[in-house]
Ligand binder design. Structure first.
Ligand code: BGC
Length: 752
């Protein structure tokens, strides 16, 4: 092998002389050949990522690039600047190693897709993959070759502002969609133009931050970590994700950025991940703020030893790793492994072959396809929470006027949501404009903003809103939260509609006109105080650039709503955490055991045998359960069947049910399969999502929807923290939400 390497003059360079020879080397051989040439300082340089966010980066980073002290930059999106940075790295540094260029491309680039939580509400991996692909194609025009997405932190707490960026509360749904996002960003061929490296974040447990306060402590028992928080990361790794990001958060006393268990045991040993781990923004140095380390040097030691390969936006590695190696505290193998992990990603991305970007090689920004993708995603992401007396869809032919009211009807920036560094509000089509285009020729469309923003407490403009509502056939209120109310470091303790929105709803309700609420928000909200004041609710999340046309089409029945909730909607904030796949407890509540605070004016029955698990003032059910979402069609489920009543380990059971559309419009329904493992060596959730499928059903049509369930699909981490499927009894439900009642049973035999 050594002799073979000897033939290669310069195996890692991009020159045409090296290229034919490179074709004979595997990626691993190229990584090792390059590593063998590197000095310790150059290896540590690869482990360092610096902010390059202003246009002068080539000036102030140039010397470090030439010296091989930088492996990656982030936040530079000017293609000329990126190409210049690459040129310095490739042509003026000793080894010519190109740069990873990172950016938060979270839900679109210039064309903005629905927020990830909204994308999760589509329950459609194809849509999610297409969104990521469109985002990658746009981002790649700038030379960005690495996005810090997908964000796949499970969250059961809607107070947490970053739930907007997440795929919701469920490990199965998030795992399916995480893989779809990775496929979308990275494409079939990571080295192809328009493919960018993905980054699964934040490893791990960030979504469990105490009381939803961003960056707060998390304490997650290992069993729950493995069963709930880690599966989406495993799924991303299996889908080939090139990088992971360590979380800011403290996990059971060891911040994720220094957590050897996560990064060495789980990620490398158990999952055999061979990409690289980047820290979060300055999270290495923050180990000292956490109080885990006393200074930057110790922080660099802890993070590098635990398995953070690259430091984002800090200088602890570049300043201290060399000394730590010479002192013998950090092994050279640790550095070699980290540098190799990073180089491997660069080879896979094809950066050595094509470090430069020509935007002309890629589709234009905001192409017709990208805008159509954004509209499809928005259409499928909207969840119809209620629709009393078929108030929706509206029929323009039988109406003469419509009142559009509220701070989010015409707010091009706000409909984009959080994390839109590059999003272009000028591309946004607002609901107000889209409704005008759709029905403006038939209807008198009136609009009153009524509130400066969602948080406003000034109600002077309410009278005008009441006036146009009284004068119109229907009032559509555009309520919710503007984008600044969710996202990183934007958590809320009260997640009801902010400002005087509930009062606005009451005033419009009093006109006696049908009232429809279209809610744009970055999280599930507590809607208890308005839910009975409106006839219908479309929950549209932050729907992105094409949110307006999607909402207009849904309001007027061009399409039927088909989104389903990816997170439970609590009645009130005190119920949090409330999620569908809870444990049964020893005292599960039933409708008969619940006592309402209003019913107990005499005394609450306080018995030594106790009662059951509910809140006196909220009961035990959410306002809207996980998986809920209505349609303009009428879907009925029936005739649930199992292919066999008993299977052996390693076998598959098919569970199916009939779905009938007894309504008069064709529509898509997300059919969901839930399973309960009745007895386990650790207690099992009351239900777990195990399958879902989006199907289109014509009026009067009945389809049978089947799910194949292999016994491996029923595996969970047991008491000894290994993955196992236990023989025994299972219940299975098929339906349109986690409340589904249509149930069957099957058994896994002990040995068969
Ligand atoms: C966030 C990351 C993000 C990074 C870079 C951090 O504050 O937690 O999710 O990728 O900044 O912008």
């Amino acid at each position: 092998m050594a002799a073979f390497f000897g033939l290669i003059v310069n195996p890692y360079m991009t020159s045409s002389i090296a290229a034919p020879a490179n074709a004979r080397l595997t990626t691993e051989q190229r990584v090792q050949a390059l590593l063998a040439k590197m000095t310790l300082a150059e290896k540590i340089g690869q482990m360092s990522q610096l902010n390059a966010s202003d246009g002068h980066a080539p000036d102030y980073l140039g010397d470090d690039l030439r010296a091989g002290r930088i492996g990656s930059v982030l936040n530079v999106v000017d293609v000329d600047v990126v190409n210049e940075l690459q040129r310095i790295a490739v042509e003026e540094s000793r080894l010519g190693i190109p740069l990873m260029v990172g950016r938060d491309v979270i839900h679109g680039f210039k064309t903005v897709m629905p927020i990830p939580l909204g994308q999760a509400a589509t329950w459609n991996p194809d849509i999610v993959e297409a969104n990521a692909r469109a985002a990658a194609l746009e981002a790649a025009t700038t030379g960005v070759n690495w996005t810090f997405a997908p964000m796949i932190d499970i969250s059961r707490d809607a107070r947490w502002g970053r739930i907007a960026e997440s795929l919701g509360e469920d490990a199965f749904l998030a795992s399916e969609l995480a893989a779809a996002m990775v496929r979308g960003y990275q494409g079939e061929d990571l080295s192809a133009k328009g493919s960018i490296a993905a980054c699964a974040k934040h490893f791990a447990g960030y979504g469990a931050s105490e009381s939803g306060r961003d960056y707060a402590t998390t304490n997650i028992p290992e069993n729950e970590l493995r069963n709930v928080y880690l599966p989406p990361f495993k799924s991303a790794v299996d889908a080939g994700v090139v990088t992971l990001m360590a979380s800011f958060s403290d996990l059971d006393g060891v911040p994720a950025t220094a957590n050897e268990f996560l990064m060495r045991q789980v990620l490398r040993e158990e999952w055999q991940f061979d990409g690289f781990v980047v820290s979060d923004w300055n999270s290495v140095r923050q180990l000292s703020v956490h109080g885990l380390t006393a200074n930057d040097r110790d922080a660099a030691f802890e993070a590098a030893t635990a398995g953070v390969d690259m430091e984002m936006a800090g200088d602890a590695y570049i300043s201290h790793l060399e000394a730590l190696v010479s002192e013998g505290r950090v092994d050279i193998e640790t550095i070699d492994t980290a540098a190799a992990n990073i180089l491997r990603a660069k080879f896979r991305l094809g950066l050595f072959e094509h470090p430069y970007t020509d935007p002309a090689d890629l589709p234009p920004i905001a192409s017709k396809e990208a805008l159509q993708t954004a509209k499809n995603a928005a259409l499928q992401s909207v969840v119809m929470l209620k629709n009393d007396h078929d108030t929706l869809p509206l029929n323009a032919e039988t109406m003469s006027s419509i009142a559009l009211i509220g701070p989010l009807a015409d707010a091009p920036y706000e409909q984009l949501g959080t994390w839109i560094f590059d999003g272009d509000p000028e591309l946004s089509v607002t609901p107000m404009h889209a409704i005008h285009s759709l029905v403006g020729h038939e209807l008198d469309v009136r609009y009153v903003r009524a509130m400066k923003n969602s948080r406003s407490r000034a109600s002077e403009a309410f009278d005008e809103a009441v006036e146009i509502a009284s004068d119109s056939d229907v009032a559509v209120l555009f309520l919710g939260e503007e984008s600044i109310l969710s996202g990183e470091a934007h958590s809320r303790a009260d997640i009801s509609l902010p400002g005087d929105q509930a009062e606005l709803v009451r005033r419009i309700r009093a006109t006696g006109k049908p009232v429809i609420a279209v809610i744009l928000a970055g999280r599930p909200l507590t809607l208890t105080n308005i839910v009975d004041q409106v006839d219908a609710i479309l929950f549209a999340w932050h729907p992105g650039t094409m949110g307006g046309p999607a909402i207009a089409d849904l309001l007027f029945g061009v399409e039927s709503p088909s989104g389903k909730l990816p997170a439970t909607f609590p009645r009130m904030v005190g119920q949090i955490p409330i999620y569908y796949n809870q444990k049964n407890t020893g005292k599960p509540p039933t409708p008969d055991t619940v006592v309402h605070i209003d019913d107990i004016d005499a005394h609450a029955p306080q018995l030594s045998t106790g009662m059951t698990a509910f809140h006196l003032d909220a009961g035990y059910t959410p306002l809207f359960p996980f998986g809920h979402g209505l349609s303009y069609a009428s879907f009925e489920y029936g005739d649930i069947r199992v292919s066999v009543e008993e299977i052996g380990l390693g076998e598959t059971v098919t569970i199916s049910a009939e779905l009938t559309n007894s309504g008069d419009v064709a529509a898509e329904e997300v059919v969901q399969l839930y399973v309960r493992d009745l007895v386990g060596n650790v207690t099992r959730p009351v239900r777990e999502l195990k399958g879902f499928r989006r199907v289109r059903v014509e009026p009067g049509q009945t389809v049978r929807v089947e799910f194949d369930l292999h016994t491996d699909d029923l595996a969970f981490y047991g008491r000894n923290m290994t993955l196992m499927t236990e023989p025994g009894e299972f219940h299975a439900w098929i339906g349109g939400s986690s409340d589904a009642e249509l149930r069957t049973e099957f058994r896994i035999a002990a040995s068969k």
